[in-house]
Design a protein around this ligand. Structure first.
Ligand code: BGC
Length: 823
C-alpha cells in the first residue's frame, strides 16, 4: 500500500506507442476509460456523485445509498462525520464497480439563484474547503478516487457552456480557488474536473490556470478531466493541461492529437505527462496489474449500518431556524412530546413526496426513500397521523409509477420495456418499476445497441379514482402513445438548438386527457423511435391521476390541521426549479405553498414547517410560525430523521452553510451579459456582503438552534503569530439551557481595511450538559488570516491588529479579542 512507484509507471508508459497513449486520453464510453491489456491496465470506471454513487446504469434497477446532499453535509460542520460518509461512499463505489467518484462539487454559493446550489457545500471557502477535504479523505482512504469539480468559478448554470466569468485575482484566490487548493494540498485529491465555463477569457479546459496554478504551483499530480463534452480543441486543450477528454469515444483528441504530435504542434513529453497521470490514477485505485493500490479496499456496509448512518447524518444537518413557545405554554414548541400527541396532521406537497436529493447528474436511485409522512407514521403509528397535500407545487405530470401502473393486466407493479429491432423483433424485454427510461451511450451490457431502433414501454393504467387522467410522454424525439392500437398521441418533441445538454433530464412533454372510472384498467403502449445520433436515449411515460379542485384540496388540509394536536407542513422545491442546467428564476416556494402555510397556522397555531429544499427559499411567513426546520435534501432516511428531531430523539445539529435572504434585493444575478458574468461583488459574497452593506439576512450564515442554548464567556488567542504560523484560540462557553447539546463554535476575523468586515477563520464543535462550562479549542491556520496581495502575487499576513470574534453565527455577538499583528 502507498503511493505507486514512479519508475514502474514510467516503464509501463515506455511500452506504449503514441497511438496507444493517445487512445488512453479519451474515454472509452460515457463513463469508462480505455483498458490497455498490453501494460496490465484495466478499464477504469467513473460515476456521479455527490449524493451517492450511481454506477454505470442510470435507472432504478441498480440502487445506490442516497446520502444527504452537499448543503446538508456542510450544515453538519462535522468533518469526522463527513469523512465517515466518504468511507461509506467508497464502499458503495466498490460494490458498483466504480473507481473514480465525480465528486465533491466545491463551487461556491455565490448567490442562492445558482441552480446546483444543493450540490455545492457553502457560500464560505473555509467551510467548503474543510468539508471537502473530509469528504475526499474519507473516500480516498479506501482507495476510491475523488474528482473535485468544477475547476473553477462554475458557480451558476445559465449559459454554463460558454459563459466567461470575470473574476478579480484576489477574489479568485481567496474565495473560488481556495477550496480546490486545500483539497489538492491537504487531501491530496487524485482527480480534478475542469468546468464548462471560462474564466477571464479562457475556457477552463484550456485555461492557463490548470497548468500554472493547479499543477505547477500546488503540485497536483493527478488527472485533470473535462466536464462531459467540455473539451473543445485539440492543441490548446492538450497544451493547456487537460489530461482526459470525457466522455468518449469521440471528441477533439484521438487521431487529431496524434497528428498534432507528429507535426510537432504538441510535444511528445506533454502526452507522456498526461498518460503518466492516468497510470498514476489507475495504480492508486488498483487498476494497474502488479501495482499495489494506494489504500486497502473498503469493508462492505450492511443495509442496517447504512440506514443508521444516513439517519443520524440527516438529523445532524437539519437546521432548526426558529423555535418559539405557543400561547400560554411556557415551553418552546419543539421537541414535541410523543405521548401528548393525539393526532398529527402531516400536510404539504413534500410530505409524502419528500425530495431526498437534487436533480441532474447528481441523481441516484435509492433502494427506498422514507418520506416525512412515512417517518412520522412509523414513529407515532398510522392511526395518529392524518395527511393531505393541500396544494400542488408542480404542474408537471408524474412519471408512471405503482400503484397506478402494472406490467400487464394482472402483472407486477411497474411497466414492461421492449428494445426493438427494425424488423420489430424484441432484442430484450425487461420489467421496470417506473415509466422512466434512460440509456446513456448504450442500451446495456450484451446488447447490440446499434440494432435498437425503437423502445416501447407497455403498462396497464389502474384507475383508483374516477375522472380525467393525463397520459403522455416526456423526452426528445418521436413518440406514439396508443390504447388497443388506437392512437392517443403522436409527437416529435424538440429542445431549442442552444439548450443545455442537461435539459435531456427535464425535457419537453405532452399529454392527452383520458376519462377513466375508478377500478378501470387501460392497457397503453408508448413507442419511441431511437435517434442514432443522440448521445443518450432518455424519456418517460407519464400518468397523472385526477385531482380534487384546488380549493377543496386546501380546505381539506386546513380541516385536518384544525383537528390535530400539531400540524407539520412540509414545503419545498421541485425538480423543475432546483436541478442542473439552469438557474432559479425566483426564490419563492413554487405554487401556492406560502398560502398553505399561512392557512394552516391560522387554523392551528401549533404548526411546524419543514422546508425541503437544497438551497435558500423565501419564507415570508417566518415570523408567524412558531417552529421552522430546514431539512435540505436529506437522503433516503429523510422521514425517519425528521421524526427523530421533531419528537426529540435527536438534536437538530445543523448550522447554516449559507445565508438565507429575507428578500432578493442585492443578490448577485446569474445571467451573463453578452456572454460575460462579472463577479462585481468581488470578495463580498454571502455574509461578507450583508455585513459590508450593513444589511441583515433573514437567517445569518452559521445560524442554527439546537434544543439548548449557549452563552459565550471568553476568547483567548495564543498569538501574536509570526508570518506563516497557525494560531490556537480557546473559547469558553456555557450550556444555559435544559438539555445536553452540541454547539458549533465559529471564529470570525474582523480586518481593519480592504477586507470584508468579518470572515470565518476557524470552527469546532463542543458538547455539554445543562449548566456545564466547556472550552472549545479552535485552530486557525496561518492561511485563514492572510490575504492575497495582488501587487506581490502572493499571500501576505495582515499588517494591523485583527479582531477575533467567537460566536454561534456570523450575525451573533459572542465574545471578542484583539490579535496583534505578527512580529
Ligand atoms: C456535470 C458534471 C457531471 C457530468 C457527468 C455534467 O453535466 O456538470 O458534474 O459529473 O455531467 O454526469
Amino acid at each position: 500500500m502507498g503511493e505507486p512507484a514512479e519508475p514502474v509507471l514510467r516503464q509501463r508508459l515506455a511500452a506504449l506507442s503514441l497511438e496507444q497513449k493517445i487512445r488512453l486520453l479519451t474515454g472509452a464510453d460515457f463513463w469508462a476509460l480505455h483498458a490497455e491489456p498490453a501494460i496490465g491496465l484495466r478499464r477504469l470506471v467513473t460515476s456521479d456523485g455527490p449524493a451517492g454513487v450511481r454506477g454505470e446504469t442510470w435507472d432504478e434497477r441498480d440502487t445506490s445509498a442516497n446520502v444527504p446532499s452537499p448543503t446538508a453535509l456542510a450544515a453538519t460542520w462535522d468533518e469526522a462525520r463527513v469523512q465517515r460518509l466518504g468511507r461509506l461512499l467508497a464502499a458503495e463505489a466498490r460494490r458498483k464497480g466504480v473507481d473514480v467518484l465525480l465528486a465533491p462539487t466545491v463551487n461556491l454559493h455565490r448567490t442562492p439563484y445558482g441552480g446546483r446550489h444543493f450540490e455545492c457545500f457553502s457560500e464560505d471557502p473555509l467551510l467548503t474547503a474543510r468539508i471537502g477535504v473530509a469528504y475526499v479523505r474519507g473516500l480516498q482512504s479506501q482507495g476510491v478516487a475523488a474528482t473535485v469539480k468544477h475547476f473553477v468559478a462554475n458557480d451558476s448554470e445559465t449559459e454554463r457552456f460558454t459563459l466567461d466569468a470575470q473574476v478579480d485575482e484576489r477574489s479568485l484566490r481567496e474565495l473560488y480557488l481556495a477550496p480546490f487548493e486545500a483539497i489538492v494540498r491537504d487531501a491530496g485529491v487524485w482527480a480534478v474536473m475542469a468546468g464548462y465555463n471560462g474564466v477571464n477569457g479562457a475556457t477552463m479546459t484550456e485555461s492557463p490556470m490548470v497548468r500554472e496554478v493547479l499543477k505547477d504551483e500546488w503540485g497536483f499530480d493527478g488527472v485533470v478531466m473535462s466536464d462531459w463534452f467540455a473539451a473543445r480543441s485539440t492543441e490548446a486543450a492538450a497544451r493547456g493541461g487537460l489530461d482526459l477528454v470525457m466522455p468518449g469515444p469521440g471528441g477533439p483528441w484521438g487521431p487529431a492529437l496524434t497528428a498534432a504530435v507528429r507535426a510537432g504542434a504538441v510535444a511528445a513529453t506533454v502526452i507522456d505527462d498526461k498518460v503518466l497521470r492516468i497510470l498514476r490514477l489507475a495504480a492508486r485505485v488498483g487498476a494497474l496489474e502488479g501495482v499495489e493500490p494506494a489504500a486497502p479496499a473498503p469493508a462492505p456496509w450492511s443495509d442496517t449500518e447504512i440506514a443508521a448512518e444516513l439517519r443520524a447524518t440527516a438529523a445532524a444537518g437539519f437546521v432548526l431556524a426558529r423555535n418559539t413557545a405557543v400561547g400560554s405554554d411556557p415551553m418552546r414548541l419543539l421537541p414535541l412530546d410523543p405521548n401528548a400527541l393525539d393526532r398529527v396532521a402531516v400536510l404539504g406537497p413534500n410530505a409524502a413526496a419528500t425530495r431526498t436529493l437534487g436533480g441532474g447528474s447528481a441523481t441516484v436511485y435509492p433502494p427506498y426513500a422514507v418520506s416525512v409522512l412515512a417517518g412520522l407514521q412509523a414513529a407515532l403509528g398510522t392511526d395518529r397521523v392524518s395527511f393531505a397535500t393541500g396544494v400542488r407545487s408542480t404542474g408537471r405530470p408524474a412519471v408512471a409509477a405503482p400503484p397506478l401502473v402494472s406490467d400487464g393486466e394482472e402483472g407486477a407493479d411497474g411497466v414492461e420495456v421492449r428494445l426493438l429491432t427494425a424488423g420489430g423483433e424484441p432484442i430484450r424485454v425487461e420489467h421496470r418499476r417506473t415509466g422512466e427510461f434512460r440509456a446513456m451511450g448504450s442500451f446495456g451490457p450484451g446488447i447490440d445497441s446499434a440494432a435498437v431502433v425503437a423502445v416501447e414501454l407497455r403498462a396497464t393504467v389502474r384507475a383508483a379514482t374516477t375522472g380525467e387522467h393525463q397520459l403522455g410522454c416526456s423526452g426528445l424525439g418521436r413518440f406514439r402513445l396508443t390504447r388497443d392500437d388506437r392512437e392517443l398521441l403522436a409527437v416529435d418533441l424538440r429542445l431549442p438548438p442552444d439548450a443545455d445538454p442537461a435539459a435531456v433530464l427535464h425535457p419537453p412533454l405532452q399529454t392527452v386527457p383520458v376519462h377513466l372510472a375508478a377500478g378501470e384498467r387501460l392497457p397503453i403502449v408508448l413507442r419511441h423511435e431511437v435517434d442514432p445520433a443522440a448521445a443518450a436515449t432518455t424519456f418517460a411515460l407519464l400518468v397523472e391521476p385526477p385531482h380534487l379542485p384546488a380549493e377543496e384540496e386546501l380546505a381539506h388540509a386546513v380541516e385536518l390541521a384544525r383537528e390535530a394536536s400539531v400540524a407539520v407542513v412540509v414545503v419545498g422545491t421541485t425538480e423543475e426549479v432546483e436541478s442542473e442546467g439552469f438557474d432559479r428564476e425566483t426564490l419563492d416556494l413554487p405554487g401556492r405553498q406560502d398560502l398553505l402555510v399561512r392557512a394552516v397556522v391560522a387554523a392551528n397555531p401549533r404548526t411546524v414547517v419543514v422546508v425541503n429544499s437544497g438551497a435558500p427559499v423565501l419564507l415570508p411567513w417566518f415570523a408567524d410560525v412558531p417552529a421552522v426546520l430546514l431539512s435540505w435534501f436529506p437522503g433516503q432516511e429523510a422521514g425517519n430523521a425528521v421524526a427523530d428531531v421533531l419528537l426529540g430523539a435527536a438534536e437538530p445539529g445543523g448550522r447554516l452553510p449559507t445565508s438565507w435572504p429575507a428578500d432578493p434585493a442585492g443578490l448577485p444575478a446569474t445571467t451573463p451579459v453578452d456572454g460575460v458574468l462579472t463577479y462585481a461583488e468581488r470578495l463580498l459574497v454571502g455574509y461578507r456582503g450583508y455585513d459590508a452593506a450593513g444589511r441583515t439576512p433573514l437567517l445569518p450564515f452559521g445560524h442554527g438552534l439546537g434544543f439548548t442554548s449557549w452563552e459565550y464567556l471568553t476568547l483567548q488567542a495564543s498569538g501574536p503569530a509570526g508570518p506563516g504560523q497557525d494560531i490556537t484560540v480557546a473559547v469558553r462557553l456555557r450550556n444555559t439551557g435544559g438539555r445536553r447539546g452540541r454547539e458549533v463554535v465559529q471564529v470570525y476575523a474582523g480586518h481593519p481595511g480592504g477586507r470584508p468586515p468579518r470572515s470565518l477563520v476557524g470552527f469546532t464543535a463542543v458538547e455539554g450538559d445543562p449548566g456545564e462550562t466547556v472550552t472549545a479549542t479552535v485552530e486557525l491556520s496561518a492561511r485563514a488570516l492572510e490575504h492575497w496581495d495582488e501587487q506581490r502575487c502572493g499571500w501576505s499576513s495582515e499588517a494591523d491588529a485583527v479582531t477575533l470574534t467567537a460566536a454561534g453565527s456570523s450575525g451573533a455577538d459572542g465574545c471578542t479579542a484583539q490579535l496583534a499583528p505578527g512580529p
